[in-house]
Design a protein around this ligand. Structure first.
Ligand code: PNS
Length: 169
């Protein structure tokens, strides 16, 4: 029987910190479903379709073992539908703990069959998050070491379109 884990999140966009967690999850589970929350009340920088495409492009080498999908509603319902026994969440610093613990306890209350597995991110990604990367990119900072080349390119295009950074001649 194949072991399946869900790695849920906003992924707006995928960072190298997320990739680090996916690689760690792949050492424990046969298949990892990277599941983007489709939240109609929250518009991100990238559309859900763009985020999916960027994840696929960035993780080509794992394409046989990952599935990229989106979901709405309760995460535990989605996990059950996909036959997943585990939800993977990445932990960076202690600051993540409180909200993650609360979410894990709520998910356990909603469905006792699905376990939350916390994976500790690599030290170099401790301060990496999609929001700080977007903030830095908006001011033209070099974020190439924090995201995949595909995300880097699309982020630059988005910021140029929005008029935040000037197009290179
Ligand atoms: O990357 P994020 O934004 O921290 O991810 C949060 C996410 C998508 C994991 C969380 O918001 C979620 O699971 N939403 C689905 C709704 C749900 O199941 N809520 C109950 C648990 S509190």
């Amino acid at each position: 029987m194949k072991t399946i884990a869900i790695y849920p999140g906003s992924f707006d966009p995928l960072t190298n910190g997320h990739t680090d967690i996916i690689e760690r999850a792949l050492s424990l589970f046969d298949t990892v479903i990277v599941a983007i929350l489709h939240n109609p009340n929250k518009t991100g920088l990238f559309t859900v379709e763009e985020r999916k495409e960027l994840i696929r492009q960035s993780l080509v080498e794992y394409e046989d073992r990952i599935e990229v999908d989106s979901f709405d509603g309760l995460l535990v319902d989605y996990a059950e539908k996909k036959g997943a026994k585990a939800i993977v969440r990445g932990m960076r610093a202690m600051g993540d703990f409180e909200s993650e613990f609360q979410m894990a306890m709520m998910n356990r209350r909603l469905n006792r069959e699905v376990q939350t597995v916390f994976l500790i991110t690599g030290l170099r990604w401790i301060f990496t998050s999609s929001s700080v990367i977007k903030e830095a990119a908006r001011f033209g900072a070099d974020i190439s070491g924090m995201v995949s080349p595909a995300v880097h390119l699309r982020l630059k295009e988005k910021m140029e379109q929005a008029g935040y950074i000037r197009r290179q001649p």
